[in-house]
Design a binder for this molecule. Structure first.
Ligand SMILES: Cc1cc2nc3c(=O)[nH]c(=O)nc-3n(C[C@H](O)[C@H](O)[C@H](O)COP(=O)(O)OP(=O)(O)OC[C@H]3O[C@@H](n4cnc5c(N)ncnc54)[C@H](O)[C@@H]3O)c2cc1C
Length: 396
């Protein structure tokens, strides 16, 4: 029976010293004030090009990141595969956007698609569309605010070509590719392009996956539209569900610019929306594929139960459970042990480039109710369990 409290399975991949490191790290990021200070300090350090690797590499980076390059991630991929957990390598360089930086990100993401094709222990490729263009331009197009200049039209065309080129490369390699969801002000444009890519590349199976942030109250109607469109135009949508990572910013922006808050009124409403979406896809699995990214234990139990009720085998290739590297191992490893398809997002990038991602993880761990407390309690229990087991070993 599936039990996320089985700590022996949850932490079988961790040595005692890795457990200790994780414990110290989660203890530190439990304090919101400390994370706020770290956020300010890192943004200053980045501006003045102050080297941070010495502080970040052995701590946050070690816990949440696979390495600087695709090749660096190999030990992580090999390690996870021993526990039947697949990897999804996520090039996570964020920050300053320049023409050269955008081109480099595009090329690296293409390489990650090729790399995924060669390694059966990589489940998906993934990309974050905003890293391939400029924020101002992206939101201007997405929100249809004003007419673009000729130069902007040219730049936006370059972006859409890159977006499609990544999906095309995934299609040619038969690799499934996740299009991450982002801020509300970019999302209409992302949806439009993802819909187009799904129509084009998902004719035989789901290759391109749209991400739906279920903290948005309009996502069920979008999901129904996708299904209707897929039936009419004969393709197989891939749907990735998350709750959504930008709630505070979205609420603040809606208030600032005077448009209705796009987020569900409370956590309960988000949870109900999330459940409804997952159930909808499971009920239409003949036409859709599902990727569920969450650290919420209840959601993971519910999906496992739903599959059981519908007589789907746990390893049905149309359904994947996913968590981020370094978080909620109790969910990932217990699901994989019970035969479900599980993948970890494994971010990779140079230390300075991955800092915004790391700060988001630290913030998430202070703000997601109970998450850090849960990690700490489990780490502590596992360390004590191992200690007492050691004591019990008889001396021959
Ligand atoms: C594999 C993976 C991939 C991801 N990819 C993306 C992505 O592409 N785009 C993206 O935006 N995020 C992404 N995320 C992050 C995700 O959206 C969540 O921020 C994170 O996983 C926490 O949600 P949860 O379901 O794990 O946990 P829970 O603790 O159950 O949920 C916390 C979430 O609930 C919502 N919530 C909390 N309070 C309220 C409230 N008062 N009212 C309404 N809603 C509320 C928020 O979305 C919050 O993040 C990803 C996460 C994973 C694990």
């Amino acid at each position: 029976m599936l039990d996320f409290n089985n700590l022996e399975i949850a932490f079988s991949s961790k040595t005692q010293s890795e457990l200790k490191n994780a414990y110290l790290l989660f203890t530190a990021i439990k304090y919101p004030a400390l994370v706020k200070i770290a956020k300010v300090a890192t943004s200053v350090a980045l501006k003045i090009h102050f080297p941070l690797a010495w502080a970040v590499k052995p701590t946050l980076y070690k816990q949440f990141v696979g390495g600087e390059t695709l090749q660096d991630c190999e030990p992580t991929i090999d390690h996870l595969k021993q526990y039947h957990v697949l990897s999804t390598l996520d090039f996570s360089a964020e920050g300053e956007r320049s023409e050269e930086g955008i081109r480099a990100t595009f090329e690296e993401t293409l390489r990650s698609v090729d790399y995924a094709a060669k390694n059966p222990h990589i489940a998906y490729a993934v990309f974050k569309p905003s890293t391939l263009t400029y924020d101002d331009l992206f939101s201007k197009v997405s929100e249809k605010r004003e007419k673009l200049t000729i130069e902007e039209v040219k730049k936006y065309c370059e972006f859409t070509e890159r977006f499609m080129a990544l999906c095309q490369r995934a299609y040619e390699n038969n690799v499934r590719i996740l299009v991450d969801a982002e801020d509300y002000c970019f999302q209409d444009a992302i949806d439009e392009l993802t819909d187009e890519a799904m129509r084009k590349y998902n004719k035989e199976r789901a290759i391109v996956f749209a991400t739906l942030q279920m903290y948005r109250h309009d996502r069920m109607s979008y999901l129904r539209r996708i299904l209707d469109d897929a039936v009419e135009k004969e393709y197989y949508p891939g749907i990735k569900f998350v709750r959504g990572a930008y709630m505070e910013e979205e609420r603040a922006r809606a208030a600032e610019f005077g448009y209705p808050d796009p987020i569900c009124k409370d956590k309960k409403a988000t949870d109900a929306n999330f459940d409804e979406g997952v159930r909808f896809v499971i009920e239409h699995l003949d036409r859709m594929e599902l990727f569920m990214g969450t650290h919420n234990e209840e959601s993971n139990y519910k999906l496992a139960r739903l599959m059981l009720d519908k007589n789907y085998s746990p390893d049905d290739k149309r359904v994947f459970f996913a968590q981020l590297l370094g978080m909620s191992d109790n969910i990932s490893f217990n699901l994989a042990n019970a035969g479900y398809n599980v993948t970890k997002y494994v971010p990779y990038a140079r230390v300075n480039d991955v800092l915004p991602y790391l700060i988001r993880r630290a913030e998430e761990n202070t703000s997601v109710a109970g998450q850090t407390g849960r990690e700490l309690r489990m780490l502590q229990s596992e360390m004590s369990r191992r200690k007492s087991n050691k004591k019990r070993i008889p001396i021959s």
